[in-house]
Structure formats: C-alpha cells, structure tokens
Design a protein around this ligand. Structure first.
Ligand code: F6P
Length: 400
C-alpha cells in the first residue's frame, strides 16, 4: 500500500515567484487548513451547542460540501449576496474550493459556517456567536487572570520600557500564550524569536507624529485583544495618539476574531478587576464615551480579499492616521497579499499601495512572509519549514 500521508512542502519546494496561495497542494499548510482543520471546526461548533435536528442537518450538509469542495452560490435573498458578488464569487462558482485563492476560500468557509449555525437567519439562532463558548472560556481562564494581574508589576518601569513591554504583549498576544507576564526581562528573552524588529522606528514614528490618530486593526479577542486595549490606552495616556480607532469584525470570523461585542466584554472584564486593569478599563470606557476611542466594524474587515482592494472609505480612514497597526497573521496576509513571496521581498514594496504609515505586529502562522534579510532566512530554513506557521516566531515591521 502506498503511504497516504502527504508530505508538506519543504522550504526548497515553496515557489519563489509570488504566486497566489491556493489549497490544492496536498500536505501544504493551506491544504491542511481546508481539508482537516476546517471540517474539525465545523464539528466542534456543532457540538458546542444544543442545536436542533434541522441545524444539525445544516452542519452535516456543510461537511458534505467541504468534502466535495465545490463553491456554491450565495442565495439572492441573503443579506450579503451583493457583497459576495462584489468580492468575486461568480469567478469561483462550480469550481473547487481548493483551486480558489486560500484567502478567498477560507473567508467563504467562515461565511458558510456562520450560516449553518443560523447566525444570519431569521430564527432564534440569529446573532448568536458560534465561537462565543471558546472566547468566553479564554477570557475567564487562569492565564488571562495572571496576565491581568501582571499589569500591576509594570508601574515601576520607565515609560519607554513600559511601552516596549506593552508592544510585545500585544505582539505575542497574537500567539495567546505569552504576554505581560514576560515583563521587562521577557523583552530580551524573546528577541531571538523576532525575525524582523522595527520597534525603534515604530516609537520614533509615533513620537514624531505625536497627537494624531492611530488605527489598530484588531485580530483575536481575549488574550490578544486585552493587551491591544492596554496598548491603545497607553498611546492615549502618553499623548502619542489623541484619538485611536479600533477596527473589529462586523460578525464572528476565524473563530476568535474580535467583534464589537468582544470589545465590550473585554472592557467590562477590565473594569470588574482591581488595580491597573480597573484603571485602564475605566479610562478606555470614558475614552469611548468621549469619542477618543472609536470602534469600527467595516464590512470589508470580513472580506475575502487583500487590503490592496479595499474600498475608498476604508482607505480614507487609514490615510487619516499617523499610523495603522495591523495585528495578526490574517491581517498580514491581507496586507502584503496572500502569496508565496520570497521572504526577502521588501515589506515596503509589498505594502507600497497602503494609504499611510503601516505597522505589522504578527506571529507567523502561515506561509506568507516578507521583509526578512538573507541571513535570517538561511538560519530559519536550517531549522525546517515550521518557523513559518507554528507561531513560534514573530515580527514587527513598519513602512513609515
Ligand atoms: O489569528 P491570526 O493570527 O489571524 O491567525 C489566523 C490564521 O489561522 C489560519 O486561519 C489557520 O491557521 C490561517 O490561515 C490564518 O492566517
């Protein structure tokens, strides 16, 4: 019998011509997400609620669709029919999900999953976040509690040291297993895992442009959003920003992506604690009331497209900011384009279209990366392909 286990492509097999990533290479990262991870997620959501027999039939139908893997139209009466037309569904209908761009296919999958759960429907499940049990468990978990307590240990640090810790907490919060607890020492300890580090230029840019608007395009709720909020509070408190805009998803997405409801849960969570957490929470609550912290949930935040194709109103929002901070892996893929870039491709070139200064804070969880120097890539490749997608490495990049 031939071995049925596909071999993931090694570094030498990853094409160098910046082709768009699709999921049709057996064993590749994208293939595993579409063929293994996503069906498992459907079952996990199905089993997390006492769904009715009719709903369970919808999940079974979704599992069948994923197995066959063909893109089907989104009904003409669906609230987002028009959006998906604009986002190019016509090009993919009737073809294999695996042949569509990975970025497009994953987003389409989440849309189908939400629909199967009843999130968009007229029935009783309308608006019920199918990922809420997982998000709640994380927010109430002991690691989150420990991180929040660790905030109180930062009061003795000088302002720049504190700012660095908050930046790193927001960065590693994307991996959701390292955060404030690393304290000032952690900043040094994890330097080796940073494959690109524009921290110095990040602070210089904000110091020079003091008092402007900073946009933060959020990624995950819970243990990532909490340090994001603390960072935004610090930007406001230090005058590095006079106004901050937090972009979240208009509906649940990619399991733990933050929505407005998650922002409110996090704020309430902070306000219900003591010490620094309470101070941060109440300051941000007031900042929201005063319009110095604004939350936006633009439809394009859940679009299956790169930011290069963003609509004008969103581009205008980013253009008005002294800095836009893109959090996480998915936003990185959308920022530079979900392609097999040579890792030495310039980050500035890949983001040249972006309408203003932009920073990426991201742990590496997929095949996409730009802006690395040759020596770094050679050293990383020595260790095998896992550095690209295992979340053990991170980057801070900036195009000023
Ligand atoms: O939460 P993040 O950092 O955006 O990571 C999400 C990542 O997870 C995946 O959906 C699956 O691993 C990637 O495709 C995606 O980039």
């Amino acid at each position: 019998m031939p071995d049925a286990t596909p071999t993931p492509p090694g570094p030498a097999e990853i094409p160098d011509d910046a082709s768009v990533i699709t999921s049709d290479v057996p064993g590749s990262f994208a293939w595993r997400v579409m063929r293994e991870r996503n069906p498992a997620l459907v079952r996990k959501v199905r089993d997390a609620f006492p769904f009715s027999p009719e709903r369970r039939d919808r999940f079974a139908a979704l599992l069948d669709q994923l197995d066959v893997g063909v893109v089907e139209p989104i009904g003409a009466d669906a609230h987002d029919h028009r959006s998906w037309q604009d986002w190019g569904i016509a090009r993919h209908i009737g073809t294999s999900l695996l042949h569509a761009p990975f970025l497009w296919a994953e987003s389409y999958f989440y849309r189908l999953l939400l629909d199967a759960s009843g999130y968009f429907g007229p029935g009783p499940w309308r608006g019920v976040d199918p990922f809420a049990p997982f998000k709640r468990a994380e927010l109430a978990g002991p690691e989150t509690a420990a991180e929040i307590r660790a905030l109180d240990t930062l009061t003795g640090l000088d302002p720049r040291e504190r700012a660095d810790v908050l930046l790193r907490s927001s960065l590693w919060g994307n991996r959701a297993d390292l955060s404030f607890q690393e304290g000032a020492h952690g900043v040094d300890a994890e330097k080796s895992r940073l494959v690109a580090d524009a921290t110095e230029r990040f602070w210089n840019l904000l110091d020079e442009g003091s008092g402007g608007r900073v946009c933060l395009v959020a990624d995950n709720a819970g243990r990532e959003l909490l340090p994001d909020l603390v960072l935004l509070d610090d930007l406001l408190a230090t005058g590095r920003a006079s106004e901050v805009v937090l972009h979240v998803k208009p509906h649940p997405y990619y399991v733990s992506d933050a929505t407005t409801a998650d922002v409110l849960d996090s704020l309430r969570h902070l306000c219900a604690r003591e010490g620094q957490a309470y101070d941060v929470g109440t300051r941000l609550w007031r900042a929201m009331e005063q319009g110095r912290l604004r939350v936006r949930a633009h439809a394009f935040s859940c679009a299956p497209l790169p930011y290069q194709e963003m609509p004008e109103d969103l581009a205008a929002d980013f253009a008005a900011a002294s800095l836009t901070i893109m959090k996480g892996d998915l936003n990185y893929r959308r920022l530079v384009g979900d392609r097999y870039w040579a890792p030495t491709t310039s980050f500035a070139t890949a983001t040249g279209y972006f309408p203003g200064p932009v920073a990426a804070l991201r742990t590496l969880k997929s095949d996409v990366v730009t802006g690395l120097d040759r020596a770094t890539v050679a050293a990383l490749d020595e260790s095998g392909p896992a550095w690209r997608s295992s979340g053990t490495h991170a980057l801070v990049q900036l195009r000023g």
